[in-house]
Design a protein around this ligand. Structure first.
Ligand SMILES: C[S@@+](CC[C@H](N)C(=O)[O-])C[C@H]1O[C@@H](n2cnc3c(N)ncnc32)[C@H](O)[C@@H]1O
Length: 321
């Protein structure tokens, strides 16, 4: 997934640093700012017990699926409801669904709504599928894990047909080829594990007070771009719009996100927020990823971390997306 700060390409580097700690696979690895879950997934595969956290709903959705789920959901009630036998047929059902239920996405984020995030056809499909998942959840035809699994599949599909260049802060003037392709939902691969892995959706500075970690991995935002605004459409789709109509505004149809602003994205608050977090750390080893062009200065980071114990710095070249 295209996501600011996605660590997929840096996984070998992060793994090398983790190995140096000598803390082995049966330990607890906490990914406190999980984003796409790329880091948590990697260490879950290696056998660690992973706790994953992010304050955004779409990131939490990914963690519920990729981190907390250790085997494919059974969809027992849904299969009965649809008279099908295999999980794959649920996706056939979605992909053949007649997109009739005009909803929030079609009304606001397609040419019909005066914006070009999605083609009219795909926007209608997103509305229809999202509403269907919501209804199944309401009627308890799917359980919590099945719900997050289906939303994960929808988010992945949406990401592939969005008419944006990386983030959702703006839509493209002209249609990108990928946005004209039909929205297709697919089964999602689950990482098997025997550990009791867990997903959280909390402010990192609050959650840290209740966590004990062997390895605590911190990957906070490093610039002033708020994730809640840059990925607001994914957040909107993850949260749904059924209980309370979201307030949107401006040319891009940005959703109100005051409550989700991160203090790590402001020069005024980033240092004190990291310092506050570090005071509450209970971990054998802490690993912090940061960018040398970020808001926090290296000397400030070192000053904060030095209060905890010995600090080592590992550097790696990384090309920005
Ligand atoms: C640099 S990204 C993490 C990227 C992730 N490691 C990956 O590979 O995809 C930072 C993440 O921190 C989350 N975040 C920002 N402030 C937070 C806070 N106070 N509490 C919890 N999560 C926060 C953002 O939503 C974002 O997903």
């Amino acid at each position: 997934m295209r996501y600011y700060g996605n660590k997929t390409k840096l996984l070998p580097f992060i793994e090398k640093v983790v190995k140096k700690t000598g803390i082995n696979q049966n330990s607890t690895f906490v990914d406190l700012f999980s984003g796409t879950s790329a880091v948590g997934k990697h260490f879950k595969r290696l056998g660690y017990k992973v706790y994953s956290n992010d304050n955004l709903e779409f990131a939490y959705t990914l963690s519920k699926t990729f981190i907390e789920l250790n085997k494919l959901p059974k969809f027992t009630r849904l299969k009965k409801e649809l008279s099908i036998k295999e999980n794959r047929e649920i996706f056939d059902y979605f992909n053949n669904l007649k997109p009739t239920k005009e909803g929030f996405i079609f009304q606001n984020y397609s040419p019909n709504g005066g914006r070009k995030y999605f083609s009219d056809e795909n926007a209608l499909k997103i509305d229809t599928i999202r509403k269907q998942i919501h209804n199944w959840k309401q009627k308890e035809i799917i359980n919590e894990f099945e719900y997050y699994y289906l939303i994960t599949s929808l988010l992945r599909a949406v990401n592939l047909v969005s008419n944006v260049s990386g983030t959702y802060a703006a839509f493209l003037k002209n249609w990108d080829k990928r946005a004209l392709k039909p929205l297709i939902l697919k089964e999602v691969e689950i990482i098997p594990s025997t550990q009791r892995n867990k997903a959280f959706k909390q402010d990192a500075n609050k959650l840290i007070k209740n966590l004990n970690a062997d390895i605590l991995y911190l990957d906070p935002p490093y610039n002033t771009r708020q994730y809640a605004s840059n990925y607001f459409i994914l957040e909107l789709i993850a949260e749904g719009w059924f209980d309370k109509k979201p307030k949107i505004y401006g040319k891009t149809g940005m959703r109100e996100y005051k409550m989700q602003k991160s203090k790590y994205c402001s020069k005024l608050t980033a240092t004190s927020t990291l310092s506050d977090l570090i005071q509450n750390v209970k971990a054998k080893c802490l690993i912090l990823s940061y960018n040398n062009e970020g808001i926090l200065q290296k000397k400030d980071i070192l000053e904060i971390l030095n209060k905890l114990g010995n600090v080592e710095v590992f550097e790696s070249e990384h090309i920005k997306i």
